[in-house]
Design a protein around this ligand. Structure first.
Ligand SMILES: C[S@@+](CC[C@H](N)C(=O)[O-])C[C@H]1O[C@@H](n2cnc3c(N)ncnc32)[C@H](O)[C@@H]1O
Length: 400
């Protein structure tokens, strides 16, 4: 991949990253234009599954502004949510994997992008044989609020007075509560391709909490996005072209992973990391990563006397909750931790023992059944295996 060095003088004024409304308006304007005509500057080239891509209309393929392919980590029958679905490419790729029993929901805030994505819904459904994709207008940091429904209400209730404004706020709350666009714990896997960086800094923590809210317990997020090798200085953040071009809104790499931790995820794993930066701006390297993170460590943890043995390869490992597991040593854990460590993404790295010390069979995880299968799952491979329930590799990344 070509790495491009860009040096920019600091701009006076420009975008105010603390003004979330201004950031959203600037991003929307850029992607409205990008929905009409392909813009080569927007996000980096990605290789998608050519067979699945061949099914999609040329216009959808052309208006690709992604930086990874999270759709390859989806499984048959799943409910999928794609954040910032753009022209719909990731949704239509995922639809081919989930099959007729699955469901795929795309959310985007730019009407022109939604119009483009929705235009081909019938055609793609006819080609693949099932109609499981829908698109909604909303902000990904506020996934309960359906903006098409709010617009319909506003058409009947124009805002002219302070009282009207209060009624509007009340209606927003009612919609979120009674007719949520994406309900709590309703999604198996949240995907996103090159969108999280576009959200204003002040809203990013809320965005990660929303991803956590909508996932079912045991569900996962698989997010491709751009990260920076250093914190991006404010002068670059003020450049609207760099912001909407998926560059200056990027989080520093460690902070990106930390945002999943802060929202309560566990098992946070980098599935793919571009070797060469996509762009270098003022000496800061920007590259694409794909990260998986699981929901399910919250809540009480009853103790029934189970334990785990960490099988290596490291001498010891620490989890996000402060447990330390020494290779080969039996470590007492509560039931919730025992259950988590027997499943992906840890499966195969731990033996889970019942209170009598016998190794438990874990039928629910295809990553876990044997040490042999676990090590083959971890072997680097150029060939992703989308059918595997172990997280497949993208670009030689790690698995499980
Ligand atoms: C870089 S494009 C990526 C589109 C698509 N994921 C792809 O792979 O081609 C970013 C998309 O996210 C949308 N977007 C940006 N910020 C958003 C937000 N806060 N809420 C909803 N959509 C947003 C834009 O409208 C645009 O369609």
């Amino acid at each position: 991949m070509e790495t491009r060095e860009v040096n920019r003088p600091p701009r006076e004024g420009g975008l105010d990253p603390d003004d979330a409304t201004q950031v959203a308006a600037s991003v929307r304007a850029r992607y409205s234009a990008g929905a009409q005509v392909r813009e080569d500057e927007l996000c980096c080239p990605v290789e998608y599954d050519p067979e699945k891509l061949a099914v999609l209309p040329a216009e959808i393929v052309e208006r690709d502004y992604g930086c990874g392919d999270p759709s390859r980590f989806v499984r048959e029958g799943e409910v999928v949510l794609d954040l910032g679905s753009g022209a719909g490419k990731i949704c239509y790729l995922a639809a081919q994997v989930v099959g007729p029993e699955g469901r795929v929901v795309g959310v985007d805030m730019t009407p022109d992008m939604l119009e483009l994505a929705r235009r081909y819904r019938g055609e793609v459904a006819e080609r693949i044989g099932w109609d499981v994709v829908e698109f909604h207008r909303g902000r990904i940091e506020d996934l309960a609020l359906d903006l098409d429904r709010l617009d319909a209400w506003l058409a009947e209730h124009p805002v002219r007075t302070v009282e009207d404004l209060e009624a509007l706020e009340a209606e927003k709350e009612r919609l979120r509560r009674e007719e949520p666009m994406v309900a709590d714990e309703s999604v198996d896997v949240v995907l996103s391709n090159c969108v999280l960086n576009l959200v204003a800094p002040g809203l990013k923590p809320r965005l990660f909490r929303e991803v956590h809210r909508v996932l079912k317990r045991g569900g996962r997020a698989v997010i491709s996005d751009i990260v920076a090798d250093r914190e991006v200085p404010e002068a670059l953040q003020r450049d609207p072209e760099l912001w909407s071009g998926c560059i200056s809104g990027a989080l520093e790499e460690r902070a990106f992973l930390g945002a999943f931790e802060d929202a309560g995820f566990h098992g946070i794993t980098v599935l793919a990391r571009q070797a060469e930066p996509w762009k270098v701006v003022d000496g800061i390297a920007f590259r694409s990563v794909t990260v998986a993170a699981w929901k399910g460590k919250e809540g009480p943890c009853p103790d029934s006397g189970r334990s785990v043995i960490y099988l290596g390869p490291f001498r010891e490992v620490h989890d996000d909750d402060g447990h330390v597991f020494v290779r080969g040593e039996r470590t007492p854990v509560c039931d919730k931790t025992a259950d988590l460590l027997g499943r992906e993404p840890y499966g195969g790295a731990f033996a889970v023992l019942d209170p009598s010390g016998r190794t438990e069979e874990n039928g629910s995880s295809c990553c876990a059944p044997s040490r042999e299968s676990a090590s083959s799952c971890r072997a680097p491979s150029e060939e992703p295996s989308p059918s595997s329930c172990c997280a497949p590799q993208e670009g030689g990344g790690s698995c499980c």
